[in-house]
Design a protein around this ligand. Structure first.
Ligand code: MLT
Length: 243
C-alpha cells in the first residue's frame, strides 16, 4: 500500500484523492468532537463550511421534522446561536443521544468538505487511532492522511497523529511510505509522549490560553474510542462505519 500525508487543508489537491482512502485528522479538536459525538450516540454529524449554511441546514431539517443541534467554533470559541462549542467533552450521551449534529469549524470541517473526491473518507484522531488502523489493514486502496492543519498551515498536532497511525500500520506490514509519511512516522517514534511534543504547537497554546486544558488532555489520549466515522458522500453526513 502507498501511504502519504497532506499537511493542511490548503494543500489538498482534490484530483490526487481519487481512488484513495483518506483519513481526515483535526485532533485539536474537530475530529475528536465528531468521534466523541458518534461514540456517545449521535445519529449523524453533518460537516458544514460556514455558519450561514449551518443555520440553513438546521431550518431544512426542521421542515422535514428532523430536530438537530448546532456545534462548532470560530477562533476556538462558541458561535453565537449555536448549542455547543467545539469541546468534545460537551458532547455527552445525555445531551446528544440519537441527535443530528450540524458542525462547523475553521479547519476540520473544511478539510472534510475538500476531501469528497476520495473513494473513502474516514475520520481520525489520537482517540480512535487504533480503530482506524485496524480498518485500514483490511482494505486495498492507497491511503492519504489529511491533516486539517491550522488556517492553511502545517500543524504539529495533526502531523504527529498521522505519525502515530502510520507507525501502528507499519508494525504488522511493510508499506510504501512517501518521504513526508516517513517523517511523520519518525516524529512519532521519537516523541511517543505526544503532549511533550505538541505543547509547543501554536493551536495547543491557543486552547491552553482559553483554559481548555481538559480538552487538550482528552484529545491527546491514545486509542480510547473504538469507533471509526465515515463520510457518506451522497448525503455528506458522517456516521459510524459498520464493522
Ligand atoms: C478547527 O476545526 O479549526 C478546530 O477544531 C479548532 C478548535 O480547536 O476548536
Amino acid at each position: 500500500m502507498n501511504i502519504d500525508v497532506i499537511i493542511s487543508a490548503d494543500h489538498i489537491k482534490e484530483e490526487y484523492l481519487e481512488n484513495k482512502t483518506v483519513v481526515v485528522i483535526d485532533m485539536l479538536r474537530a475530529t475528536s468532537v465528531i468521534i466523541t459525538a458518534l461514540a456517545n450516540g449521535a445519529k449523524e454529524v453533518i460537516p458544514m463550511l460556514t455558519v450561514e449554511e449551518s443555520f440553513k441546514k438546521k431550518m431544512e431539517l426542521s421542515k422535514l421534522g428532523i430536530p438537530s443541534l448546532l456545534g462548532g467554533e470560530r477562533r476556538a470559541v462558541k458561535i453565537e446561536g449555536f448549542d455547543f462549542t467545539n469541546s468534545p467533552l460537551e458532547y455527552t450521551k445525555e445531551k446528544i443521544d440519537q441527535k443530528v449534529i450540524i458542525l462547523s469549524t475553521t479547519n476540520g470541517t473544511r478539510a472534510i468538505n475538500l476531501s469528497l473526491k476520495a473513494k473513502k473518507i474516514l475520520i481520525g484522531a489520537m482517540i480512535n487511532a487504533n480503530a482506524v488502523v485496524e480498518l485500514l489493514k483490511n482494505q486495498e486502496e492507497d491511503i492519504v492522511f489529511i491533516n486539517s492543519g491550522t488556517n492553511g498551515e502545517f500543524s504539529m498536532d495533526d502531523f504527529i497523529c498521522s505519525g502515530y497511525m502510520i507507525n501502528l500500520l507499519c508494525q504488522s506490514h511493510e508499506h510504501n511510505l512517501s518521504d513526508i509519511a516517513k517523517t511523520a512516522r519518525y516524529i512519532y517514534a521519537n516523541n511517543s509522549d505526544v503532549v511533550q511534543y505538541i505543547k509547543n504547537a501554536r493551536h495547543y497554546n491557543v486552547l491552553k490560553a482559553l483554559n481548555l486544558e481538559e480538552d487538550l488532555k482528552y484529545c491527546c489520549k491514545k486509542s480510547i474510542v473504538d469507533i471509526v466515522p465515515i463520510v457518506n458522500k451522497s448525503s455528506k453526513t458522517i456516521s459510524i462505519i459498520s464493522k
